[in-house]
Design a protein. Structure first.
Length: 165
């Protein structure tokens, strides 16, 4: 089963998950990966208003969702953790979490999410000057986006690859 917005809504409003979130003092819906990625991007750029506590709360929510919905959330959780480890300067943990996210997305056949994990890993490796790994990740991202049928993302990744030449 693919994760769609209707599935997201079902999980977000699942009384069992909402009760567990409330019981643990968490208020954020478990499917706030876009919000978390945006906050993490702001933290990378040290923009005002970005709070790592918000990301921590979203990651905690994602852990609960992953415990109840399994593979549908595991790759998202691992991607958020990878991004957080990157910001917190834990490169080994970041790389391991990116790899785990990519593999989890492969296992669930979420080709676009695997592409996103490869893309994010590519940018992280580029920042860390891991050139070979960065190229490998960007090439994998391009392949995923080609298979998914997103020419816009393929073109975007190709422009990144062209910068290495």
């Amino acid at each position: 089963m693919r994760l769609t917005s209707s599935n997201s809504t079902k999980v977000r409003h699942n009384p069992c998950i909402v009760a567990r979130l409330s019981h643990q003092g968490l208020t954020r819906a478990p499917l706030s990966i876009d919000t978390a990625l945006n906050i993490l991007a702001m933290l990378k750029k040290k923009r005002n208003g970005a709070k790592s506590e918000d990301v921590d709360e979203i990651i905690a929510s994602m852990r609960i969702a992953a415990a109840h919905a399994g593979p549908n959330f595991r790759n998202k959780l691992e991607l958020l953790e990878a991004e957080q480890y990157g910001i917190d300067n834990y490169p080994d943990k970041a790389i391991a979490s990116y790899r785990a996210s990519i593999e989890s997305a492969r296992e669930t056949n979420f080709i676009h999410e695997r592409g996103l994990a490869c893309e994010k890993a590519g940018f992280y490796c580029k920042r860390m000057k891991y050139t070979e790994t960065s190229l490998e990740c960007f090439n994998q991202a391009r392949e995923c986006y080609e298979e998914w049928g997103s020419t816009m993302k393929v073109d975007f990744i190709q422009r990144e690859l062209d910068k290495f030449v």
